[in-house]
Design a protein around this ligand. Structure first.
Ligand code: 6GU
Length: 241
């Protein structure tokens, strides 16, 4: 997969050189290119913004500069992602859908955002556009949100995660539940004991305990996820938890 990120702060994205995403890049599974939006300015001050039409506070990013940047970075059919607190919420389902694309272009806005015609023109040219928020709070720009989304997408690409089984049981996975609590050695630490059942070697009992804990945790922390569970996929014991 190819991912292009356009930003006025390319240094923000340096963290994507590290860890699993960095490895995916060096191994060739992910072609990630970070660009400085100011490379497409033409004036001496390298201006990327102007005051909002209609008046009001703050500054808006200019469509002409963004247009030149996207023309240079986006291949035909590229999916344009615009991180914005006014977007639809980015979820694991969104990450799964985006991981199937050939090219994603992230347009990182600052200030009050990017002139709306930039997205409109990409759509009119037959490209897809997703304006996405990573949650109900406000960041100073799209860079950190882009890092969140790139990491969530990149780890789903075939070969990026060594053991694909670790994708199966995780929070926000197919079960629709949060993940159960986990323990490792030593079984007793500083007066705290790991649950007995995990030392029992009894695989069915361990699986049952983990599902109970996942159900309890989800009900306590994310009651909104409980109502979305498929009733037909619940067994008698689940209903008792
Ligand atoms: Cl995608 N951008 C900004 N600036 N703030 C946000 C966000 C995105 N998602 C949540 N808050």
């Amino acid at each position: 997969m190819r991912i292009d990120v356009v930003t006025i702060f390319p240094d923000y994205l340096r963290a994507l050189d590290l860890s699993l995403v960095g490895k995916a890049r060096t191994s060739g599974l992910l072609d990630l290119r970070v660009h400085d939006l100011r490379d497409w300015t033409t004036d001496r001050h390298r201006t990327v913004d102007d005051s909002p039409l209609g008046g009001g506070a703050g500054m808006v990013m200019r469509p002409d500069v963004w247009g030149q940047a996207l023309d240079a970075c986006a291949q035909p059919g590229a999916h344009l992602v615009v991180p914005t607190p006014s977007g639809r919420t980015f979820t694991q389902r969104t990450a799964e859908a985006l991981s199937g694309e050939e090219q994603l272009v992230f347009a990182c806005g600052r200030y009050e955002g990017i002139d709306a015609r930039v997205a409109e023109r990409h759509r009119a040219a037959g490209g897809r556009v997703s304006e996405l928020s990573i949650g109900d709070y406000v960041l100073n720009g799209g860079e950190v949100a882009t890092m969140v989304m790139v990491e969530a997408v990149a780890r789903l690409l075939p070969g990026v995660i060594g053991n694909p089984e670790s994708l199966v049981e995780e929070s926000h996975g197919a079960a629709g539940l949060l993940e159960y609590p986990v323990y490792t050695r030593p079984p007793s630490w500083d007066g705290y004991d790991a649950p007995e059942v995990l030392l029992s070697g009894h695989h069915a009992r361990i699986a049952r305990w983990r599902r109970d804990e996942a159900l309890r945790r989800t009900a306590a922390r994310r009651p909104d996820m409980i109502k979305d569970l498929d009733a037909a996929a619940l067994d008698k014991h689940d209903r008792a938890v």
